[in-house]
Design a protein around this ligand. Structure first.
Ligand SMILES: [Zn+2]
Length: 289
């Protein structure tokens, strides 16, 4: 059974905009190949605190990563560290704050932009530090990492949707169109990734408001999407928490030795009946002996 996972974090993508503007992902939903779950982000609805939440399952108030200016390594186990411990291969094409949380802080672009180091939590990395670094390029970076290293876990984290939101606001054609562009880019990759044996989760850290910012408790700042694509998902109704995403990725990766919370209803049920049957058969065999 294949246990590889791609987690796409489309930075700053509001749930309603994702639902209304992403035609390709909606096509997969209409064909019963994908499911969209709404998620209410943890607080503050801000990037670095919620990267830590997505990758460790720990809320900002508990992790201490409570604003964007806290530049230090994470104090918690993450999808990256747990996967590395289990001898899985990790990779990320992501904003440089991911490198600072899980590899080395502060970020040094010359040293860290291209990372190849099996001893680090993110073993294969391509990091960027300009918010307008084109999503198209970022997805190419990610696909290059995937083809070169066949990672068990790949994080893909483009920034252009958030960047458009900060320049033009939630209710703007530019913000919506950046979501549409991300959807088109994804349409070029999803089937390739599925054929390569990946389960795919597409979500966001936080949403956006009309003040061209985010951080507070407004519904539009907190409502983010979670699209799931792949045969290991139940595609049944359930309520997903942002803090469960980390644990669900760990479950999909087949990591058993983790203490992260997760939502079992998001995943296909383990074939318990078969296991019980086979153990009772073993029992019978032993008794016969
Ligand atoms: Zn932002």
């Amino acid at each position: 059974m294949n246990n590889k996972v791609i987690l796409v974090v489309l930075d700053g993508l509001n749930h309603q905009v994702a639902h209304e503007c992403m035609g390709y992902l909606n096509a997969l939903i209409e064909q019963d190949r994908a499911t969209l779950y709404p998620i209410i982000s943890e607080l503050p609805s801000m990037s670095r605190p919620l990267y830590e939440c997505l990758l460790t399952g720990v809320t900002p108030a508990q992790s201490g990563i409570v604003n964007n200016d806290i530049v230090r390594l994470s104090h918690h186990s993450s999808v990256f560290s747990l996967a590395k411990q289990a001898s899985l291969t990790t990779a990320a094409a992501a904003y440089h704050w991911m490198s600072e949380l899980y590899n080395i802080a502060p970020y040094n672009a010359v040293r860290d932009r291209f990372t190849q180091d099996p001893s680090l939590n993110i073993q294969h990395g391509c990091f960027y530090h300009l918010d307008h670094y084109p999503d198209e390029m970022l997805f190419l970076d990610a696909e290059n990492l995937r083809q070169q290293h066949q990672p068990d876990f790949l994080l893909i984290h483009p920034m252009n949707i958030d960047d458009a939101g900060h320049k033009f606001g939630l209710d703007s054609s530019q913000y919506r169109n950046s979501a549409r562009r991300a959807d088109i880019i994804l349409s070029n990759y999803v089937d390739v990734w599925l054929q390569a044996g990946y389960q795919i989760m597409i979500t966001s850290d936080h949403g956006m408001n009309n003040d061209k910012s985010h951080g507070g408790i407004l519904p539009e700042e907190r409502a983010v999407p979670l699209f799931v694509i792949g045969e290991h998902f139940s595609h049944q109704p359930t309520t997903m928490k942002q803090t469960d995403i980390c644990g669900n990725v760990c479950q999909l990766l087949g990591l058993t030795d983790h203490d992260k919370s997760y939502n079992q209803d998001l995943l296909i049920k383990k074939p318990e009946r078969v296991i019980k049957q086979s153990s009772s058969i073993n029992q019978t065999v032993q008794e016969c002996k």
